[in-house]
Design a protein around this ligand. Structure first.
Ligand code: MF3
Ligand code: CO
Length: 255
């Protein structure tokens, strides 16, 4: 594993990119309402990125092992879809759905990654709680990402927080980000305290807990991309790109 420590200049660019990405994702999330197709959300985000002179990090992205390149800018994952849902004109959001919006930005050659899960109209108390707890778990993970702590401390904090109330998706994880969309280190949402890679100031990582109301197992849909819960239960996902410092981490994907 080769962990990349970013230079001051890289950090400045990624900080700039993170702000733009957060703005685009926030504006896109405002478009979520019953009757809107997932394609429209992708188009909106894509156009906004283009207007700003940047490019989408996910469009045509082909990670190692993937059969096909990802065909859109935004990942839109509805209800029991965990991540990597492909936008479609036929997928119309309806009242009571929950929808994860995951977006990556390439700004001046460097990458940032950010996701939120939002309600479509009025949602059930149970689903709202899932969103609240998953978002909170991201905060707990970021809080644990203090310089000098380890990757295991982050996962341990998230896992202890969820306390078996939700299924943690263990087959997917956060990651280093910046020079590539996905780089070392691998950042699981579970782990043992004081184990793994030490968090060194200048590292930039994406933390992204994914929690299911039911079990932790996931399956990949026939499209080769969409990841769903195996039991059909609903799932939520939140993600921030953060900078490791000597003290508390700095959240980079904020407006
Ligand atoms: N944010 C996603 C992740 O870190 C990346 C999606 S890549 C795509 O897993 F190609 F699916 F868009
Ligand atoms: Co990510």
């Amino acid at each position: 594993m080769s962990v990349i420590i970013k230079t001051k200049e890289q950090i400045e660019i990624i900080r700039e990119g993170g702000k733009i990405l957060a703005k685009v994702l926030t504006e896109t999330a405002k478009k979520v309402s019953p009757g809107v197709s997932t394609y429209e959300l992708d188009k909106f985000a894509h156009d906004l990125i283009k207007k700003g002179g940047d490019t989408s990090a996910f469009l045509n992205y082909k990670p190692e092992g993937a059969r096909t390149a990802y065909p859109a800018s935004l990942c839109v994952s509805v209800n029991s879809e965990v991540v990597h849902g492909i936008p479609s004109k036929n997928r119309i959001l309806k009242e009571g759905d929950i929808v994860s919006l995951d977006l990556g930005l390439k700004h001046k050659g460097l990458f940032t990654d950010h996701a939120v899960t939002v309600p479509v109209g009025k949602i059930s108390k149970r689903d709202q709680k899932l969103l609240d707890y998953t978002k909170e778990a991201l905060g707990v993970g970021i809080w644990a990402a203090h310089g000098g702590n380890t990757i295991g401390d982050i996962g341990h904090a998230i896992e202890s927080f969820v306390n078996r109330k939700y299924g943690i998706v263990r087959e997917l994880a956060g990651h280093g980000v910046g020079v590539e969309v996905h780089e070392d280190p691998y950042v699981p949402n579970y782990g043992r305290a004081k184990t793994g890679q030490k968090l060194i100031p200048g590292m930039i990582i994406a933390i992204e807990p994914m929690f299911n109301i039911g079990g932790e197992h996931i399956i990949t849909a026939a499209d080769g991309w969409t990841i769903k819960t195996a039991d059909g239960s609903r799932s939520a996902h939140f993600e921030h790109t953060i900078l490791i410092t000597e003290g508390d981490a700095e959240i980079l994907t904020v407006v």
